[in-house]
Ligand binder design. Structure first.
Ligand code: ZN
Length: 309
């Protein structure tokens, strides 16, 4: 029977920043059988206003209807990985059967990974950085329990129709990418600093270029650089930042409006304020994304014209 004991060591070998909660011991798991043979990928549906670890306390303590822990592993918007418990957690719920896992008994056989995300691609599209961390988390857990990539599933595959998570991901493609990681093993990440938080982790321009270069030459037969994909990924990252910045701006503006209304004697409850901030953030991010798509198109068209002339 596989065990999650020592999981943090395996995940660190995969180049991840890992913390074991409850003073390094992890929280006690739920009572009952836990024989992990696969992984379920979840998103938390946590609000942007809640910050980098919006749903962490809920994942530890549970909700009024479901006692915690609600996952074994939690990934925050800060890309840090937390081991919540080594034991059984309430994450799968009704669903299945799936292969050798009987109906409604996912918690006995799956490791649950909760990833902080609104679950809405308009407010929080997956960033390349977050996907990279998630795929390494999935590969690391499968590596630890000695299972192949085809034992990674999405919650939406365990409970189709009932659950949408993880949003906007083709799980077949994710399994193929994780299989690729497992084929190469964690060696590629073993020199990545994993524990230091004091050291400056910002890569130099040379390091960024060298890493982009090695990705490109691995992918092209003659080893020549293709600038397109590098620029594409950069634009994608810029778009993400623009959307996050716009969301932040919009929710700050909403606080300003609420303060003004309060000073006029209007009554606003904290829940109303949170809802207004979230709505403003969503709209801000959506507007920024549609603007940046237009801008990228214009740039591409300009580049084409320049080439033709
Ligand atoms: Zn889920």
């Amino acid at each position: 029977m596989a065990s999650l004991t020592g999981l943090e060591t395996t995940l660190r070998r995969w180049g991840l920043r890992v913390e074991v909660l409850n003073g390094g011991r992890g929280y006690p798991g739920r009572p009952g059988r836990f024989d992990p043979r696969g992984v379920i990928w979840h998103h938390t549906a946590g609000s942007l206003a809640g910050g980098p670890t919006a749903s962490l306390q809920t994942c530890i303590r549970g909700r009024s209807d479901v006692p915690g822990p609600l996952c074994q592993v939690y990934v925050g918007r800060d890309l840090a990985v937390r081991v919540v418990t080594y034991g059984r957690a309430n994450h799968a719920g009704a669903g299945g059967p799936w292969r050798d896992v009987p109906r409604d008994s996912g918690n006995a056989y799956f490791v649950g990974v909760e990833v902080e995300s609104t679950g809405n691609p308009a407010t929080e599209p997956w960033t390349p950085q977050m996907l990279d961390v998630c795929r390494r988390v999935m590969a690391g857990i499968l590596d630890h329990i000695g299972q192949p990539a085809d034992r990674l599933i999405g919650h939406k595959e365990w409970a189709p129709g009932r659950k949408p998570d993880p949003h906007s991901l083709d799980m077949g493609r994710e399994r193929a990418l994780v299989a690729e990681l497992l084929r190469h093993g964690p060696a590629a990440y073993s020199t990545t600093p994993t524990t230091s938080t004091e050291e400056d982790e910002m890569p130099s321009v040379k390091e960024i270029w060298t890493s982009a270069e090695s990705v490109q030459s691995a992918g092209s037969r003659d080893g020549r650089l293709a600038a397109g994909p590098i620029i594409g990924r950069t634009l994608e990252a810029v778009r993400d930042l623009q959307a996050k910045f716009a969301a932040l701006n919009a929710s700050v503006a909403e606080i300003g409006r609420a303060v003004a209304a309060l000073s006029q004697g209007e009554k606003i409850t904290p829940d109303e304020l949170a809802a207004r901030m979230e709505a403003a953030a969503e709209k801000g991010a959506r507007d920024a994304l549609s603007n940046s798509v237009v801008k990228v198109r214009v740039e591409v068209e300009d580049a084409k014209e320049a080439q033709q002339s």
